[in-house]
Design a protein around this ligand. Structure first.
Ligand code: 5AD
Ligand code: SF4
Length: 451
């Protein structure tokens, strides 16, 4: 007997891992009759999938919960509210205390327990808070059908982090590093490709720390070998992976960029700072020179590689000279894109108690200068693709009627007019113009023009 349909609304904050988790929560709740709806008003269950990485993200959760409480009251209390993700993990009890309208709190390693938690809320028995770290159970529970939406899909292969960068909450909210087995990953990838997926994005907090037993008993694989195996899936066009740590960057993975045609020429490798003193205080485990050597080696084997990164400005004790070392690194690497953040002290992390806080105005000023430098690199990278023909996988409509939006192998957004029929497919596109943030072009379907 099927259950009557119930409305499910999930709002996702933060990283791609959370996007993946939200999709899987939808999959887990489908057998209980939950179907995605477009607004929280139409939902029987609203899940906030939260991010704890910076302060603003956490405060947003409490203000959103205030809004949801009003909706719940208007619905006569019928609506259920769940908080998932990293704020749930870090501040579960605080959330329950500060916002009694919250029915369920579920951490990132426990959302497979959602059906049980929902039942307990209905029966008004048992726990309403699940924040254990049983990541193995989680992935076992995920061995259910996935619904795919569009030509690109995330596949989580690794979770957690043992690196303990002094500014970061992830090791505390996502727990220790855990790698899914190669067999499980290959099976999930096959199922995705069978459903028409053309691009798979392998996800992990430290995705290049992934290691696993080879399925045929032939020793241990690292990420490069897994990617090579996945590339054999017919119908799959492109593979990406994100996010990587410089300490886990191996030659094998770099060689995969040379040898595996389906692996996108794109490397997101956060460096955070260009100053050795700050890198040390951050406990990154590498200096600027090591980072530059990795990039140089990778470009030797894959000259067109697009390199992206993350930066933090205003880490405690950061001087103008430290910051200029960051600018110098940005100029040297010529990033295709990069994210820059103002340092935000996170409770419980070692950096939160370091002296030398940088005033906010100074952080703002450094952020602007860094973003301007990053922007120049991005514009140069994008402009250099004008005139080339790039393979674009189209996932959704653009803003203009009839326009399609897709991504190039270098993860540049590409807009094409009069191309709505290409959505869900890939095509060769001649790039006609470039801005700092995106490209425009025209379909060139001729196979001989393919790059
Ligand atoms: N403050 C500012 N930015 C941070 N990040 C992680 N922790 C903090 C923090 N406390 C940034 C890093 C990381 C990205 C996901 O978020 O740059 O790579
Ligand atoms: Fe956080 Fe550092 Fe781990 Fe990345 S490597 S998740 S920044 S602790």
């Amino acid at each position: 007997m099927t259950e009557p349909a119930k409305g499910l609304f999930i709002r996702t904050h933060g990283c791609q891992m959370n996007v993946y988790d939200s999709e899987r929560m939808t999959d887990i709740l489908r057998p209980l009759g939950y179907r995605a709806v477009d607004t929280p008003e139409a939902a029987d269950l609203v899940i906030l999938n939260t991010c704890h990485i910076r302060e603003k993200a956490t405060e947003k959760v409490f203000s959103e919960l205030g809004v949801l409480k009003r909706l719940k009251d208007e619905a006569g209390g019928k609506m259920r509210i769940a908080v998932a993700g990293c704020v749930a993990q870090a501040e579960g009890e605080e959330i329950m205390r500060r916002q009694p309208a919250v029915d369920i709190v579920v951490g990132p390693q426990s959302y497979h327990r959602l059906p049980e938690l929902i039942a307990q809320v209905s029966r008004q028995t048992g726990d309403r808070l699940a924040t254990d770290f049983d990541v193995v159970d989680k992935f076992d529970a995920l061995a259910i059908d996935r619904e795919v939406d569009g030509p690109s899909a995330f596949l989580s292969i690794q979770e957690g982090c043992d690196k303990f960068c002094t500014f970061c909450v992830v090791p505390y909210t996502r727990g220790p590093e855990y790698a899914r087995s190669a067999v499980e990953i290959i099976d999930e990838a096959k199922a995705l490709v069978d459903r028409g997926v053309r691009e798979i994005v392998l996800l992990g907090q430290n995705v290049n720390a992934w290691r696993g037993a080879a399925p045929d008993g032939g020793g241990e694989w690292e990420l490069g070998a897994l990617i090579a195996r996945l590339s054999q899936l017919g119908g799959l066009e492109r593979i990406r992976y994100t996010t990587s740590h410089p300490r886990d960057m191996t030659d094998d993975l770099i060689f995969a960029h040379r040898d595996v045609a389906k692996l996108a020429p794109y490397l997101h490798l956060p460096v955070q700072s260009g100053s050795d003193r700050i890198l040390k205080a951050m406990n990154r485990g590498h200096d600027a020179k090591r980072y530059l050597t990795i990039i140089e080696t990778a470009r030797k084997h894959r000259p067109d590689l697009a390199v992206a990164s993350d930066f933090i400005v205003g880490f405690p004790g950061e001087t103008e000279a430290d910051f200029e070392a960051t600018l110098a690194l940005v100029r040297e690497v010529r990033f295709a894109s990069a994210f820059a953040f103002k340092y935000s002290p996170r409770p419980g992390t070692p950096a939160a108690s370091l002296p030398g806080a940088v005033p906010d105005a100074e952080k703002d000023e450094r952020l602007q200068r860094l973003q301007a430098e990053i922007g120049r690199g991005q514009q140069a990278f994008n402009s250099a693709t004008v005139g080339r023909v790039l393979r674009v996988i189209f996932g959704r409509p653009g803003r203009r009627p009839g326009q399609a939006l897709g991504y190039s192998p270098y993860l540049q957004p590409v807009h094409v007019d009069d191309a709505a029929s290409w959505i869900g497919r890939s095509a060769d596109v001649e790039i006609r113009s470039a801005t700092q943030s995106s490209l425009s072009g025209e379909i060139r379907a001729h196979a001989e023009l393919r790059t």
